[in-house]
Design a protein around this ligand. Structure first.
Ligand SMILES: [Zn+2]
Length: 329
């Protein structure tokens, strides 16, 4: 029984990513033998290598939308995970724009690399696909990329929702209900700056209603970096009483501590050599979700350690760099 998440990059926007104040490259969820790489923005390959992630082990690559910092490296990651097509493998799960393009967006996925995959699957909000023992549901968003989706992972151990990029709208709360773990992209502090994305106030509203066991905030824009994400994120935990972590580049979190307790003992690890089993349930209505997550607060030592590590070294370094850069302008 093993499940973890590794953040390859937690930055947002050309200022933060373009100047490498924070990196991009998405994040990787590992559930037993399955590895899901989500939103492969620029520098996915380098950051995966730095975090000890072998992209050859990707079971699936998931792309929420065609904005550069979520999809730029989709072809590079496919190339890497398939040895340039020598080993045809892996699944791409993405929104429509990444595969087919829309309006000013050309398809991000190039036909040459598409052919290296075992399969590619386009999801719209509400549709589901099963990959081995993990179910993935596409979530609604409201974003400047018209087909953007979020993802909800139903694993044997926990349910995890990832907002991807979206502005706040009340249905989000329904979408994220019964999640044990909630990852929110919150680039902005203030509502006025958050045109197509979430701000701190939105995050508080969502967390208060969804009440997961753990909230992870990431995708920090320039104002958030200047304002210190740690301080901003503390506001969410203070207002909601829910454990809230500010992600940082390279951070690893053990997700088993946030799992649903029932049923765990009956599960077997998925054999490595077995072919990927895909169950596409695109036209099926989402099934009734699991019982609500247990409410008790289960802090774990590991997370505490990571939080200490964050306060010691995380954002001050970035802020210094930022000030230096600003002086040069
Ligand atoms: Zn976006």
């Amino acid at each position: 029984m093993q499940a973890s998440i590794v953040f390859l990059g937690t930055g947002q926007g050309s200022f933060v990513i373009g100047r490498d104040i924070l990196s991009s490259g998405g994040f990787v969820i590992q559930v037993d033998e399955n590895q899901f790489h989500i939103d492969p923005g620029p520098n996915s390959l380098r950051n995966a290598a730095h975090s000890g992630i072998n992209l050859r082990s990707n079971t699936a690559l998931l792309v929420s939308h065609a904005h550069l910092n979520h999809s730029n490296d989709v072809n590079a990651v496919i190339d890497s995970m398939t040895y340039s097509g020598f080993d045809k493998k892996g699944v791409l799960v993405s929104n429509k724009t990444v595969v087919s393009g829309q309006d000013q967006y050309k398809p991000t996925l190039l036909p040459h690399y598409r052919d290296f995959l075992e399969r590619f699957i386009v999801l719209e909000a509400g549709q589901r696909v099963g990959i081995n023992e993990v179910e993935i549901q596409a979530l609604k968003t409201k974003h400047s990329e018209p087909n953007a989706i979020g993802f909800k992972f139903f694993t044997p151990y926990f349910t995890l929702s990832y907002s991807a990029d979206t502005k706040y709208f009340p249905e989000l709360i329904e979408e994220y209900k019964n999640s044990n773990i909630l990852i929110l992209n919150v680039p902005h502090i203030l509502k006025d700056d958050a045109k197509d994305n979430l701000c701190i106030e939105d995050a508080i509203k969502i967390v208060k209603e969804v009440r997961p066991k753990l909230v992870i905030i990431q995708h920090f824009g320039v104002e958030m970096v200047k304002g210190d994400p740690l301080f901003q994120i503390r506001e969410i935990q203070k207002s909601t009483g829910i454990q809230t972590i500010s992600a940082k580049d390279g951070m690893i979190i053990d997700l088993i501590s946030y799992s649903v307790d029932r049923g765990q003992r009956t599960l077997q690890a998925y054999p490595k050599e077995q072919k990927i089993e895909i169950r596409h349930e695109s036209i099926k209505e989402p099934e009734k979700e699991e019982e609500p997550a247990q409410e008790e607060y289960i802090p774990i030592e590991e997370i505490k350690e990571q939080q200490t590590e964050l306060s010691d070294q995380n954002i001050l370094d970035s802020e210094k760099t930022l000030k230096e850069i600003l002086k040069q302008d």
